[in-house]
Design a protein around this ligand. Structure first.
Ligand code: ZN
Length: 188
């Protein structure tokens, strides 16, 4: 006998791509984007922010950049509360989408008061590159070095975090609208 308790908002447990947590411990995680696999710790809210997210009391929140901006703006106006958020926020970015700007980082820090990690997703939602806790760019995950839409300069020098491999080094001031930074980099 089965009792339906999921109303379609969440994906089924085990379905989807794994969410790559930026922190090494398991914490209550809300991912406001479809296509990620649910686990004991990772809860997926395909439709974005809702009261259910607030009720989950997530310790880590991950969302597409635009959704994270909306959540932050509402939190700044005290229309929603996230006092449980004790570990991190993750902003998903992608090719052809808005760039995570310094002003976003400042705003998210003021509102959420936890470290921010950027993760760059493919058009199909695969995690291609992820920011480490040294915050020195986004490490390109194995198998994805051939992707051509990365929004920055590729640096192969060893990262301060100790991880080898190529990183996307996003220019310090990404606030200017410049979707193809790589082409403009030579001019400095
Ligand atoms: Zn690193």
């Amino acid at each position: 006998m089965r009792i339906r308790i999921l109303l379609g908002r969440r994906s089924r447990v085990g379905d989807g791509r794994p969410f790559l947590s930026p922190i090494p411990v398991s914490v209550r995680t809300a991912v406001l984007s479809p296509g990620f696999a649910e686990t004991d710790w990772v809860h997926v809210f395909a439709d974005g922010w809702s009261r259910e997210v607030e009720e989950l009391e997530p310790e880590l929140l991950a969302a597409p950049l635009l959704e994270l901006r909306r959540v932050a703006a509402r939190a700044a106006e005290r229309r929603i509360a996230l006092p449980s958020l004790g570990y991190a926020v993750v902003a998903f970015t992608g090719a052809g989408q808005p760039v995570l700007a310094d002003r976003d980082r400042d705003f998210f820090w003021r509102v959420f008061q936890v470290p921010l990690f950027e993760q760059f997703l493919s058009p199909t939602g695969q995690t291609l590159a992820a920011e480490c806790d040294a915050h020195q760019g986004l490490h390109i995950l194995p198998g994805h070095a051939g992707f051509t839409g990365f929004p920055g300069i590729i640096d192969t020098a060893r990262c301060a975090c100790g991880q080898p491999g190529a990183r996307i080094v996003v220019p310090l001031n990404a606030a200017a609208p410049r979707p193809q930074v790589m082409a403009a980099a030579a001019g400095d």
